[in-house]
Write a protein that binds this ligand. Sequence first.
Ligand SMILES: N[C@@H](CCC(=O)N[C@@H](CS)C(=O)NCC(=O)O)C(=O)O
Length: 243
Amino acid sequence: MIDLYYDLTPNGRKIHMALEELGLPYDVHWVAVKEGEQFREEFLRVNPNAKIPAIVDHDGPGGKPVRIFESGAILQYLAEKTGRLLPEGPADRWEATCWVYWQVANQGPAAGNAAHFTTYAPDAGVDDEYSTARFVNETKRTCEVLDRQLSDGREFLVGSELSIADLACFPWTRVLKAYGVALADYPALEAWSQRISSRPSAKAKVAERPANSGMPTGLSTEQYQRLFGVAPTPAPTPSTASA
Ligand SMILES: N[C@@H](CCC(=O)N[C@@H](CS)C(=O)NCC(=O)O)C(=O)O
């Protein structure tokens, strides 16, 4: 049995989809990011970095429990454990691995920061034009990268079957609209995203979703400070900066 430490966010979805694709039995442990539950001592023993997703596999290497954190590492672990969701040939395996690393180092942080400056910060009264433009533009650039990769008509990012590369990159393409990024501007990416979204694993729901789950929108000042470690103080405008 695998314990999945989860909230309903794109990074969480990657692992939920992988477990569904693989048909592995799992128990969901909700970690309400909005409430700061990721900072609880009990969860820090699973992920010292205080972020979801994370898993504990009670049947890990040597039959012993193992904790795995970081979505890329979890995807790789599940692929290795089952011998699935990675292409067979070494060249394609490495290509898929490159896309997983690319996702966690590029697409994820760009889109996460775009979400911060287009949604969470304005919710708290902060409007930072420079940072918003920087991260939305970087998110668009990552869409271009994926669109180019998919523009030769291939069905999956790498090889001829679904792999952890697709599962890593797909969930963030479903939330772009909220940041003012139109998926329709990237036709090959949009077609791929729609194909993946029609899979049962993308439609699977986690039972008993708590009311406080999901992306950290509508935070109180106290929740904002706890989550982001900084008070939501509006950035100085030219007139206040010189006063
Ligand atoms: N690099 C990490 C990123 C994980 C991440 O940013 N998780 C978010 C939810 S999508 C989180 O737990 N945020 C809570 C926080 O920042 O305190 C991964 O790929 O697993």
